[in-house]
Design a protein around this ligand. Structure first.
Ligand code: SF4
Ligand SMILES: [Zn+2]
Ligand SMILES: [Zn+2]
Length: 308
């Protein structure tokens, strides 16, 4: 890249397309931190004395999330960062991701808390795959619902005030479109409840890097040489999401800012849903007493279907 950094004039190494900023290495890091800090403040995600459970996967998103949060939280001496990994029990894959997560947290001088599906749900994901039948959903659907449940249980055990997850802008925009296209736009609101509206029994969840694109995250992780594991999960391949990823990448390339616009629309829809008593009626699951939008929560329904 020929020209100078838009911020400081030093040689630029990166073009952030959606803001048209040309950035040098240090301004890439600084502006990323500033964007996350703004997201946290705008949505009142954190308080000064929080115990923050940071969901680590071993991948690049959570590595960047952990690095950014520990930097931001260094200004709040009474807050605490607790990296947590959920081991789903995927033979081969998770062991390598666990190693990367251990190395990353050690380099930050933090202790990694490890919980497993086996302990919290009663089955590993490999076992769940075996328990499915021909009418069952795709593996990622079970993994997502049980991981959510497991992470909540882990955060409760750790007495965390909040759970931070590493969903990035690309993930979020894909999920929003996926829910709209499946006719389940209420789900957008249910999975984005702001901290101030969180329900009894559920540790509030925040997504501090939801406005950072995957491309920015790769550049950030690369520049700081963060340790992460990059191999795909053997069960990966949610075809719908992959189609949307391709479509959104193309749109973002043609019209930078598309992903952020999708996220803004989702925020407006979420606010409208949460303010409407006819659509926002959380109940309690008959089986596990966790908050649920249906009589039986998704996790209990899935466990029942699997016969476990
Ligand atoms: S790709 Fe699917 S099965 Fe693999 S970890 Fe992600 S959600 Fe779970
Ligand atoms: Zn610069
Ligand atoms: Zn339940």
């Amino acid at each position: 890249m020929q020209s100078g950094c838009s911020k400081c004039g030093k040689p630029a190494v990166y073009l952030r397309r959606y803001t048209s900023e040309r950035l040098c290495d240090s301004c890439l890091v600084q502006t990323t931190l500033d964007r996350v800090r703004r997201t946290i403040n705008r949505h009142k995600m954190l308080e000064d004395e929080d115990r923050i459970a940071v969901a680590i996967s071993g991948g690049k998103d959570s590595a960047v999330l952990l690095d950014i949060l520990r930097k931001i939280e260094s200004n709040f001496p009474k807050s605490e960062i607790i990296p947590v990994i959920i081991d789903e029990g995927i033979h081969g894959y998770r062991n390598e991701a666990l190693e990367a997560a251990r190395e990353l947290t050690k380099s930050f001088d933090l202790d990694l808390e490890i919980f497993s599906f086996n302990d919290l749900i009663g089955h590993s994901l490999d076992e769940i795959v075996e328990m499915r039948n021909e009418r069952s959903l795709g593996v990622c659907s079970y993994c997502g619902v049980f991981r959510r449940r497991a992470l909540n249980a882990a955060a409760q055990q750790l007495e965390a005030d909040v759970i931070a997850t590493g969903h990035n802008l690309d993930d979020e925009a894909q999920t929003v479109l996926m829910n709209i296209m499946r006719g389940d736009s209420r789900r957008i609101a249910r999975t984005n409840v702001p901290r101030s509206r969180s329900l009894e029994g559920l540790v509030p969840r925040i997504k501090p890097i939801a406005k950072i694109s995957e491309r920015d995250i790769v550049a950030y992780a690369h520049h700081l040489e963060l340790v992460y594991h990059d191999a795909p999960c053997p069960y990966a391949g949610e075809a719908y999401r992959n189609d949307l990823r391709l479509f959104l990448n193309e749109m973002e390339h043609k019209r930078p800012g598309t992903l952020l616009a999708v996220l803004r629309s989702a925020e407006t829809m979420t606010a409208a849903f949460l303010d409407s008593p006819s659509t926002w009626k959380p109940m309690t699951c008959e089986s596990c007493t966790m908050p649920s939008s249906t009589k039986l929560c998704k996790a209990c329904e899935m466990l029942e279907e699997l016969g476990g």
